[in-house]
Design a protein around this ligand. Structure first.
Ligand code: CP
Length: 304
């Protein structure tokens, strides 16, 4: 594949190749080798039309650790504010010699459109409520490092599925990798199409928790929220929040995940987020390794 736009485009072999490559890269950095020469002379453009902390910084760190040149573009402060289109912005960056464009955009489908306009590889870093494939890959990598192979593992994803590109990409990738996913959310925070997704759906968090190997909490995305979908923070937290009592219902070796950024005290209690069974900080570190693997596999084999 030349691009990474949807987790659903990855076969099991593709996904395992990315995870195994990340494992090798993790072993290299554990030997204190911080920088590899693999992408010397290649240029990676980070094209961010929406805010990001983890994804933007980790793509930059990943590209630099592979010795690529990195250009960071943020829509804020650019000519996008003067009405320049995505296509013209992309062509401008392409003229500066991008071998790969990493794009985050508020519109679902923007990376797909971009792939028709540029010659380099396009990597989806989150498009609207559609997909966030490298998040799903780093989540699978984090699960595999803690629990081993994912075949038959029970993963529960809880919360604002309606607005979550992370949930969709995780469902698609985890299904491909043989895990069994259950989504738990209030009916108003599930997309209408959810019954066509390769997963189970439940409205009862307490029953599902006891059978989970992984519990992944989602951020309540207030900025995308219609008030009618979301009666009150208190009620949401009471019914769907992972507090100490619910955490105690999980099996002793089950792990807690969250893609970040978190609303501490709403979808997850601070003491749960900070527990030794939470992988939240590991997920960030693994994000750099997974993005190194993705850039390496997309760009590494070609000559500059
Ligand atoms: N998980 C994630 O995508 O975080 P950012 O929005 O900070 O990149």
């Amino acid at each position: 594949n030349r691009h990474l736009i949807s987790a659903g485009d990855l076969s099991k072999d593709d996904a395992l190749l990315i995870l195994d490559t990340a494992e090798e890269l993790a072993r290299v950095s554990e030997r204190s080798i911080k920088k590899l020469p693999t992408l010397r002379g290649r240029t990676v453009v980070n094209l961010f039309f929406e805010d990001s902390t983890r994804t933007r910084i980790s793509f930059e760190a990943a590209a630099k650790r592979l010795s690529a040149d990195v250009i960071n573009f943020s829509a804020k402060g650019s000519s996008v504010s003067k009405g320049e289109s995505l296509k013209d912005t992309a062509l401008t960056l392409e003229a500066m010699g991008a071998d790969a464009v990493v794009i985050r955009h508020g519109s679902s489908g923007a990376p797909h459109r971009l792939a028709n306009w540029v010659h380099g590889s396009v990597v989806n870093a989150g498009d609207g409520t559609h997909e966030h494939p490298t998040q799903a890959l780093l989540d699978a990598f984090s699960m595999r490092r803690r629990l081993g192979a994912l075949d038959g593992r029970k993963v529960t994803i809880v919360g604002d599925v309606l607005h979550s590109r992370v949930a969709r990409s995780n469902v698609l990738l985890l299904h491909t990798l043989g895990a069994e996913v259950t989504l738990v959310a209030p009916p108003t925070l599930l997309p209408v199409s959810v019954h066509t997704w390769p997963c189970e759906v439940s409205y009862d968090l307490d029953t599902v928790l006891a059978k989970s190997d992984v519990v992944m909490m989602l951020r309540v995305q207030k900025e995308r929220m219609n008030a009618a979908y979301f009666p009150s923070e208190r009620e949401y937290s009471r019914r769907y929040g992972l507090d100490r009592a619910r955490f105690a219902k999980m099996p002793d070796d089950a792990i807690v995940m969250h893609p970040g950024p978190m609303n501490r005290g709403m979808e997850i209690a601070a003491e749960v987020a900070d527990s030794s069974r939470s992988t939240i900080v590991e997920q960030v570190a693994n994000g750099v390794t997974i993005r190194m693997a993705v850039l390496y596999l997309l760009l590494g084999g070609e000559t500059a």
